[in-house]
Design a binder for this molecule. Sequence first.
Ligand SMILES: *Cc1c(COP(=O)(O)O)cnc(C)c1O
Length: 375
Amino acid sequence: MKKETLAIHSSHLTDETAASIAAPIFLSTTFERSEDGSYPKGHMYSRNSSPNRQVLENALAQLEGGEIAFAFSSGLAAVNAVFQCLQSGDHVLMPQVGYYASYKLAEEIYGSWGLQVSQVDMTDLPAVEKAIQKNTQLIWVETPANPMLSLSDISAICQIASKKGIKVGVDNTLASPILQSPIALGADMVMHATTKYIGGHSDILGGALILKENNDWAKRILRVQILMGATPNPMDCYLLARGLKTLAVRMAQHSKNAAILAEKLEKHPAVEKVHYPGLPSHPQFELAKKQMPNGQSGMISIQLKAPENATQKFASSLQLFQQATSLGGVESLIEHRKSIEGPQSNTPGNLLRLSIGLEHADDLWADLSASLDKL
Ligand SMILES: *Cc1c(COP(=O)(O)O)cnc(C)c1O
């Protein structure tokens, strides 16, 4: 089946009580045992497993083409479970440009427990190969990457890694399972902040890991999920499974809107640079077409021909675009990254990150161009 169909039918929860079409929500934390002490429906206690979470996990596994998936209570809880598969003294290679908190988790929390972490420019394949050490166990890839929307070549990195028996994990949050399939490109595991496109409505914090194989890492991650207990609640699992049903059509619209706006922004005299992998001016345009053949997501970064304070003012002057962090919701957001990242940030002061929502592109452009014309 195609992903559009899978997204709807794999997230279905069959209801034996009322034959309802919409999924029921099972809030119960505990499940009844049979006379012989077994658990007839496979559930014992909801930290271990629960019906709404099981449906969500099965659907995510199918959409990403993996054997098994695990849902967590945030994207970072999912990243944490991956690092928990490593031992003290192991080395992990992380991207120079990527979600800041994922790197901080490895470096700050696991660094003090003896995990070795180094960063490399993941867009530079010879540099990746050179940065591999004897004790490297994991290469963590994020593509497209925050905030410059640079791409990393998943299949090339997986080829380098597999020669040396190194696992590759891909943060697929910015692409969504619809637009990019890391496991098909050779990755061992895929991570999502389901907070973003999968939830899609800016009202759920969640994360997921999907593994290509139900291997030793999967068994360890299952133990981490249960024993560390960062599991999502049934209501959030229901909402995420519901989010999956519209994910393909939402991604198509995010993608279409962003492509229209990126082109218009690039032509506007007040815009210095547009970072969008779907534009021929993007340094990795060819890789974008190969790795994400069905289009780019709704993320665009722009640099204005304006100093930092005027850039920040621009962000707050818009009417439809709301100034806030995060991404992937139905509403368009704009964010000044440098002031969010803090003083150590390398992000240019004139850069704004846009999460293009599902509004009509004409209205979004009217909003952007009205403020751009005043610069
Ligand atoms: C948001 C995000 C995360 C972290 O997810 P949370 O749900 O906030 O913990 C990780 N990676 C990327 C790319 C993200 O955008």
